[in-house]
Design a protein around this ligand. Structure first.
Ligand code: ADP
Length: 374
C-alpha cells in the first residue's frame, strides 16, 4: 500500500528559478496520476522531488504517513522509469533487469524468480539473453519497465516513457501501460506533455502551467468542466473553439451575442445554464465562450430535433481525415472548427446550417479566464 501526499511543495532552483509552487495533492494507493502540461511547466521537477533526485525547497512530502523530504532515493521504495530507458548496453536483458536486486544483495534464486515473473508480465521471456542493441524501441521500453517491476516498489514514477517511440507503438504501449497498472495494483505517477496520453491512461490528471497546478480531476471531468481557459484549450483535439461574446438577458432568456454591427449572431442558452445567477451577473458584459468541435452538429437528425440551436455558417475549408472531417467555418465573421462525420457532404465556400449543442457551451470570465458556470 502506498499513498503519496504533497503539501505545499515548491522548488526554486539556484538563480531564483521557481519551477514548482505550492503543489498540494493526496495521491491514493493504486491511483494512476498523470502530470501534464507544456514543456517547462514543472512536471519533471515535481516527479524528481518525489523520487528524491531533486531537493524539495518548500513543503512536505509523505509516502504513506512518513515524511520523506530528507530520505535518500534508495530508501523511498519507489522505482523510476526514464524517457531514455538508461539500460546498460553491455548487459543482457536479464542482467539489466536484475542489476538493482543484485546490488541490494537479493538471493540469486529470488532474483531469477522475480525477473522471470516480470518478463512474463511484459511478454519478454524470449529476450532475456539479448543485449539492448538487439532490441526494438518498444522492447527496450519493456525492459526498462521490467527493471522497475522486479523491485516491487510501492510507487512507480514514469517520466515521458513513451516519447522515444513512434506514433503506432506509442498507442500500443499506452494500452499496455494501463493494463500493467491494473495487473500490478500499485501507485503510478506519470509525466507527459501529451494530453492524449493523459486522457487515455490516468485515473486522475493534474494540469500544470508555469509551476502552478491548474486543475486536478478525472479525465472526463477535466474535459467536461475545465476550470479555466488554459485547461479548456489544452485538453481535447482539435482544440476547443473560443470566441468573445456579450451576455444578453431578454424576456427571461439568456443569449450569447457575437459578431459586428451589421452581422450579429445570438445563441440562446438553455435555462439551466443561462438563468443561473453566476451567469446573469454578467448580463450586458463581455465574456469568452467555448464550444468543442464535436459539439457543433450537422447530422440531419440532430438538426431536426434542435431547431432552436440552428445557426447559419460559411464553410471556408474542409479537411478530410477519413471517418471525420475538420470543417473550418465562420459565423458572423468569427472562426470555428467543427468535427463532422465525413459522410455528410460539405463544400468549401458554401453556406450551411449547423447546430451548436448549447448544453456544452463553456463560459469564462474575460479577465480572470476562470470558468463561470458548470
Ligand atoms: P517540464 O518537465 O514540465 O518540462 P521542468 O520541471 O523540467 O519542466 O522545468 C521547470 C522549470 O525549471 C523550467 O523553467 C526549467 O527551465 C527549470 N529547470 C529545470 N531544471 C533546472 C535546473 N537544474 N536548474 C535551473 N532551472 C531548472
Amino acid at each position: 500500500m502506498a499513498s503519496v501526499t504533497l503539501k505545499g511543495i515548491g522548488k526554486t532552483y539556484p538563480g531564483d528559478v521557481v519551477a514548482v509552487s505550492d503543489f498540494n495533492m493526496e495521491i491514493e494507493h493504486k491511483e494512476f496520476v498523470i502530470l501534464v502540461g507544456p514543456s517547462g511547466c514543472g512536471k519533471s521537477t515535481t516527479l524528481r522531488m518525489i523520487a528524491g533526485l531533486e531537493e524539495i525547497t518548500e513543503g512536505s512530502l509523505y509516502i504513506d504517513d512518513k515524511l520523506v523530504n530528507n530520505v535518500p532515493p534508495k530508501d523511498r521504495d519507489i522505482a523510476m522509469v526514464f524517457q531514455n530507458y538508461a539500460l546498460y548496453p553491455h548487459m543482457t536483458v536479464f542482467e539489466n533487469m536484475s542489476f538493482g536486486l543484485k546490488i541490494r544483495k537479493t538471493p540469486r534464486s529470488e532474483i531469477k524468480y522475480r525477473v522471470e515473473e516480470a518478463a512474463k508480465i511484459l511478454e519478454i521471456e524470449n529476450l532475456l539473453e539479448r543485449k539492448p542493441a538487439a532490441l526494438s524501441g518498444g522492447q527496450r521500453q519493456r525492459v526498462a519497465l521490467g527493471r522497475a517491476i522486479v523491485r516491487n516498489p510501492k510507487v512507480f514514477l514514469l517520466d515521458e516513457p513513451l516519447s522515444n517511440l513512434d506514433a503506432k507503438l506509442r498507442t500500443t504501449m499506452r494500452a499496455e501501460l494501463a493494463k500493467l497498472h491494473n495487473k500490478l495494483q500499485t501507485t503510478f505517477i506519470y509525466v507527459t506533455h501529451d494530453q492524449t496520453e493523459a486522457m487515455t491512461m490516468g485515473t486522475r490528471i493534474v494540469v500544470m502551467r508555469d509551476g502552478f497546478v491548474q486543475q486536478i480531476a478525472p479525465p472526463q471531468e477535466l474535459f467536461d468542466k475545465p476550470c479555466n481557459l488554459f485547461v479548456a484549450t489544452f485538453i481535447g483535439t482539435p482544440q476547443m473553439n473560443i470566441a468573445e461574446a456579450t451576455i444578453i438577458s431578454e424576456n427571461s432568456v439568456t443569449y450569447l451575442e457575437f459578431g459586428n454591427n451589421s452581422n450579429i449572431t445570438r445563441i440562446a442558452l438553455p435555462d439551466w445554464k443561462g438563468r443561473k445567477p453566476e451567469v446573469l451577473q454578467y448580463a450586458g458584459k463581455k465574456v469568452l465562450f467555448g464550444i468543442r468541435p464535436n459539439d457543433i452538429h450537422a447530422e440531419k437528425d440532430y438538426i431536426s430535433q434542435h431547431p432552436e440551436q440552428l445557426l447559419e455558417a460559411d464553410v471556408e475549408f474542409v479537411e478530410l481525415l477519413g471517418s471525420d472531417s475538420n470543417v473550418f467555418i465562420k459565423i458572423s465573421g468569427v472562426e470555428f472548427i467543427s468535427v463532422i462525420d465525413s459522410k455528410i457532404h460539405m463544400e468549401s465556400n458554401s453556406k450551411v446550417k449547423l447546430a451548436f449543442d448549447t448544453n456544452f457551451i463553456h463560459i469564462f470570465d474575460i479577465d480572470t479566464e476562470k470558468r463561470i458556470t458548470n
